[in-house]
Every structure is written in C-alpha cells, then in structure tokens.
Design a protein around this ligand. Structure first.
Ligand SMILES: [Zn+2]
Length: 171
C-alpha cells in the first residue's frame, strides 16, 4: 500500500534495470488512494508525461498493478488501510492487528515528534483542519490500544494521550 502520493512515498514502486523501469514488486497489487491519484499536481504530471511519474506510478499502472481505493479496505485478516487525510487528500494508514496488539504504519501523519505531541503543528502544504482532526482521532485510538507507531520519517514509538495532551515515547 502507498500511504499517499508524495514522491518520497512512492518512488520505490519501480526500479531501473538495464535502462528500463520495472515494478519493484511485480506480484503486488498497489493500493493507492483515489483522492491522491486525482490531485491536480499528480493528474497534471501524468497528463504531461512527467518523468518522475512515468518512471514510477506509470510503470505500475501499465503493468496493471494499481488499485485505487477509497475508505477502509481490508487486505487480509487483521490488515487493512484506512483514510487519515490532511497531509494529502487521500492520505491513508496501514493497520496490522494481532490479537489485542496493533501496529500502525502512518506515513506522514507525523513527520516529527513535535508534530506528534502538538496536534496543531502541521506542515505548510497540508489541509490544516483535516489533518488536525486526523491526528487527534489517531492519537486517542493508538493511545488506548498502546499501539506501535511507524512513521515514514521517524523512529518507531508509541503515542499516549494524558489529560488530552499527546506524548511520544520512542521504542
Ligand atoms: Zn514524507
């Protein structure tokens, strides 16, 4: 699954071999958020044949490996993707559940510890209100579940909400 269509989160879907681009995971169906696929900059880049897109998303699209998703989508028992938008319109996270244990791959819901502990602190390119709501919703759930949290740009950790304030503990 691809959390969102920012280049640093999808560049790895293809690999160059002898001058040609191939899917990195040729047997994988790639779950990509529909809302990100339709973002103006992504749609524009695809329409114009932008090299960064044709050599990555274009490769898996041509190979029939793209599945555009919206909402919560199950992958297998205990494994599913779910929207937590704001970083991008379709930003989604992955849940891996085993018994009572939970692990979340949250993409860019948090880039830094500061963003984890201060829900109002968000990057300039985000949809602020949507992202703040996603962060608050996520922190309360992950705290209750004592979940392991894996961000795209941080060391693993756990978030716990104490008296309404999120705290972060590296694992
Ligand atoms: Zn990122």
């Amino acid at each position: 699954m691809v959390t969102h269509l920012h280049f640093d989160h999808y560049a790895g879907v293809s690999v160059e071999k002898g001058g040609a681009w191939e899917p990195t995971f040729p047997n994988a169906v790639h779950l990509i958020p529909l809302r990100d696929w339709n973002m103006p900059d992504v749609a524009d880049a695809r329409a114009k044949g932008d090299r960064d897109v044709t050599t990555t998303l274009g490769v898996i699209e041509k190979a029939g490996l793209v599945r555009l998703v919206e909402g919560r989508v199950g992958i297998t028992r205990g494994v599913y993707v779910e929207p937590f938008p704001g970083e991008s319109p379709g930003h989604q996270i992955l849940t891996v559940a085993s018994g009572q244990k939970r692990c979340y791959c949250i993409g860019d819901l948090y880039h830094t510890v500061e963003e984890a502990v201060e829900p109002g602190l968000v990057a300039t390119w985000t949809d602020r209100d949507t992202l703040v709501a996603s962060k608050v919703r996520f922190a309360s759930r992950a705290s209750r579940e004592r979940a392991l949290v894996l961000s795209g740009h941080m060391d693993p950790g756990r978030v716990s909400v104490i008296a309404g304030t999120p705290r972060w503990k590296a694992v």
